[in-house]
Design a protein around this ligand. Structure first.
Ligand code: PLP
Length: 463
């Protein structure tokens, strides 16, 4: 791209484009980083820099960039039938095939699929259906929702209150009176993070306590991510998800697995629920479903929820939840091809194979003076940076460390997520080779060395 057209574009961006979850005035001053192309695990920016993408866009481009067969699938469907509504009993072949495929590959409890445009509206749809379910089955007092501290469930009007990250509440009158949180199962920040049964028991007890406090007859559902993503890639001990699922069953509240990030091979198997054979009442998915090539999400539900709504609604009464682009045929055609790449194309298997060098590479970073914790499940991982490894003290936010970390990564040809509290998030595409991981960790070490060479950071660090 010519630099004058680059500058003109940047000016138009500053003037007109509102960026998700950004400080608007800061963005106007800083301007955009414009990406122009991508191939495999790499993207190119408008200045001609080539960068290794260690975050799969926004943990979504699981198949990597430039998969021609996906482009072909979209083009074929656009030529054939670019749009078909799902209203008025209309349907389309790719939407039908995709719904049945999702039922086939997801936990056996899930039998019905409603398609959305992404994760936020999948969560929002789940909330609407849960409300309709309890009303339809004569339990209309069940209106309270419980989720995890540091959880992320998108930014719809209601979902942003299930999300327990301050930036999503500030100025938006959230959380609502019927939204409640319990602590995260966060091993690194637990007094004895190695006592896994104790962490699980504490979570179960917190859920029971919260439900008892509200009265279980008033609680509709518990929402959780199998691995908390935007909260800092918090990997719970093995057995945690199953224990929470069982506790929900005992309390008679619905268990919703939000697999928007963890789905589609991100943690190894197709869905993270498979690690522990968890059977949710509802599941939300998006991102890896279409690998970010086009927008699509879905909410999957059990027979019990589906039949509860269907049988509890007067005959002929429409269940009033819909979107023009629900079950969009182009998105569905893309998703079918993406699923083929995960399965027959070998990407799921490759992701499982390279999870080991990924985990080892992260662990090796623990010898770096800035790195306090390394954690991962499959190809979802994080490093937590601390100013003092023995006290696990975080850096003073006034240091602006996350901006420095992101900038140093970028200078070294690497894109990762630098969260506010100095956690670095990684979600490499499932097509990564071992050589890609060598590049990732070489560039990462050099970026961290650069940050540590900053006198203010050096002064704040006691190894
Ligand atoms: N749920 C989880 C667990 C997510 O990580 C996200 C997005 O990151 C969402 C929901 C919202 O999805 P979207 O950004 O597609 O609306």
């Amino acid at each position: 791209m010519h630099s004058d057209s680059h500058e003109a574009l940047a000016a138009l961006d500053r003037a007109h484009l509102i960026h998700p979850v950004s400080a608007w005035r800061t963005h106007e001053q800083r301007g955009p980083t414009i990406l122009t192309s991508g191939k495999g695990a790499y993207v190119r920016d408008a200045d001609g820099n080539e960068l290794l993408d260690a975050f799969a866009g926004l943990w979504c481009v699981n198949v990597g960039y430039g998969q021609e067969s996906v482009v072909e699938a979209a083009a074929r469907q656009m030529r054939e039938l670019p749009y078909a509504t799902g209203y008025f009993h209309f349907s389309s072949e790719p939407a039908i095939e995709l719904a049945s495929k999702l039922v086939e590959i997801s936990p056996a409890s899930l039998r019905h699929v409603y398609f959305t445009l992404g994760g936020s509206d999948a969560v929002d749809s789940a909330v609407r259906y849960i409300t309709a379910y309890f009303n339809a089955t004569g339990r209309s007092t069940k209106k309270h929702f419980i989720s995890l501290e540091r959880g992320y469930h998108g930014s719809s009007s209601f979902g942003a209150g299930l999300t327990a990250l301050p930036a999503f509440h500030y100025g938006f009158d959230l959380p609502r009176a019927n939204q409640h949180y319990i602590p995260s199962p966060y091993p690194y920040r637990q007094p004895d993070g190695t006592d896994e049964p104790a962490i699980i028991a504490a979570s179960v007890a917190a859920l029971r306590r919260k439900a008892e406090e509200l009265g279980p007859e008033n609680v509709a559902a518990f929402f959780c991510e199998p691995v908390q993503g935007s909260g800092g890639v918090i990997v719970p001990p093995r057995g945690w998800l199953k224990a929470m699922r069982d506790a929900c069953r005992e309390l008679d509240i619905l268990f919703v697995a939000d697999e928007v990030i963890t789905g589609f091979g991100r943690t190894g198997p197709m869905f993270a629920c498979e690690h522990e054979d968890v059977q949710p009442d509802l599941m939300t998915v998006a991102k890896g479903l279409t690998a970010g090539y086009v927008p699509m999400g879905a909410v999957l539900m059990s027979d019990a929820v589906y039949n509860g709504i269907a049988d509890g609604t007067p005959a002929g009464q429409s269940i009033g939840h819909g979107m023009t682009y629900s079950a969009h045929p182009v998105s569905a055609a893309v998703a079918l091809e993406v699923l083929r790449l995960y399965q027959e194309g070998g990407l799921l298997a490759n992701g499982q194979r390279v999870a080991l060098p990924f985990a080892e590479g992260l662990k090796q970073m623990l010898d770096h003076p800035l790195v306090g914790d390394a954690r991962s499940l499959g190809l979802l991982g994080a490093l937590e940076l601390v100013s003092n490894k023995s006290t696990k003290q975080r850096f003073d936010p006034a240091l602006g460390l996350s901006d420095k970390l992101f900038a140093a990564g970028y200078r070294n040809g690497l894109i990762y997520r630098a969260f506010g509290d100095n956690i670095l998030g990684f979600a490499p595409a499932l097509c990564y080779s071992e050589a890609d991981f060598e590049t990732l960790f070489r560039r990462l070490r050099s970026a961290l060395d650069e940050v540590l060479a900053d006198p203010a950071v050096r002064a704040a660090t006691s190894d």
